[in-house]
Design a protein around this ligand. Structure first.
Ligand code: ZN
Length: 344
């Protein structure tokens, strides 16, 4: 497999003292890739800043301008959680551009697949507002770009961050050509993502939310893959897949209470790679969202790269959650009913 990544030191300059969404996240990931020897086996793709027009496919010009001006003034806050410093606008534009570059490299056949190691993250950002540590919605901008190509008319986005990808859902809720799938702890930040949110108008049925109770872990996620994601992918038949990869559903994450292990995360990555192989010639690009335990990030991304390379290697020095897992049968039955999926 020819697997690519995108990284730039500018992503480190968007950081804020004491904030969990800090430069140390990407530093831990890059150190892990080098230590494992994976770094030399992956193809680097240079990021170029996304243009105003590319970002404006998802965000309003006035919001883009607001972030730019805030950075020019030295920084500020878009909400109590979401900081902007003097470098944030440039980093955010480059993060969006990095995922765009990787997406294009895969769709143009230079790479089989890839993982954008970018910051700031994007999946909470809505058209006219940044929130939840997110400035511009990288994954939505990349999906729009993919759909502008004549050979791509259906894109599937899988969001396994512990938080609901509200911004991505908002961007495509009324569009039948994007299937947005999200697993997330519920109730939890940002409050949306209940299973009755299934899309609107022509997009009805192409938003799929699997809200999960605290404690859901590896076996719950395996059930979701088997019973919901696989059948949905087969029915929707995407031509390209994007993955909002958040590592904050790990049982040690300081911001949430789901129970995935690193082995569970690796299983998800392998399954998504297999799904892409079956439906879209393997064309899948992961992009970094959340995850605030540095060792989990480092190993989670390493394992995802092994999956992208088609390898079974899994490193899990932390081990499984010591807490018993809650059964998710009732939740799953409701999701399947809402989306007309048969019990397998
Ligand atoms: Zn998150």
């Amino acid at each position: 497999m020819k697997t690519g990544y995108c990284y730039d030191e500018l992503f480190l300059r968007h950081t804020y003292p004491g904030h969990p969404e800090s430069a140390s996240r990407l530093e831990a990931i890059m150190a892990g890739l080098k230590e494992s020897g994976l770094h030399g086996r992956l193809h680097p793709i240079a990021a170029a800043p996304a243009t105003q027009a590319e970002i404006a496919r998802v965000h309003t010009p006035s919001y883009i301008d607001q972030v730019k001006r805030m950075a020019e003034r030295g920084g500020g806050h878009l909400d109590p959680d979401t900081y902007v410093n003097a470098h944030s606008y440039d980093a955010a534009v480059l993060a969006a551009g990095g995922l765009l570059a990787l997406t294009r490299a895969v769709l143009e056949g230079q790479l089989d697949n890839g993982f954008a190691l970018v910051r700031p993250p994007g999946h909470h950002a809505v058209s006219d507002r940044g929130m939840g540590f997110c400035l511009f919605n990288n994954v939505a901008i990349a999906a729009r770009d993919a759909l502008a190509r004549p050979d791509v008319s259906r894109v599937m986005i899988v969001d396994f961050d512990v938080h609901h990808g509200n911004g991505t859902q908002d961007a495509f809720a009324d569009e039948p050509d994007v299937l947005f799938f999200s697993t997330h702890q519920y109730p939890h930040y940002p409050g949306s993502g209940w299973l009755s949110e299934i899309g609107v108008g022509e997009g009805e049925g192409t938003v799929v939310n699997v809200p999960l109770p605290p404690g859901t872990g590896d076996s719950g996620f395996s059930q979701v893959l088997e019973q919901v994601i696989w059948p949905l992918a087969r029915r929707f038949d995407p031509q390209f897949m994007l993955v909002s990869a958040g590592f904050d559903a790990h049982w040690t994450d300081p911001l949430a209470m789901l129970g995935l292990s690193l082995a569970g995360y690796a299983h998800i990555a392998r399954e998504l790679v297999a799904m892409a192989a079956e439906s879209c010639q393997g064309r899948v690009v992961f992009t970094l969202e959340g995850g605030y335990h540095l060792q989990v990030l480092a190993y989670g991304v390493r394992n995802a790269f092994h999956a992208l390379l088609g390898e079974q290697t899994v490193s899990d020095p932390i081990g499984p959650s010591p807490h018993p897992e809650r059964p998710i049968g009732p939740w799953l039955a409701e999701v399947m009913q809402a989306h007309h999926l048969d019990l397998q």
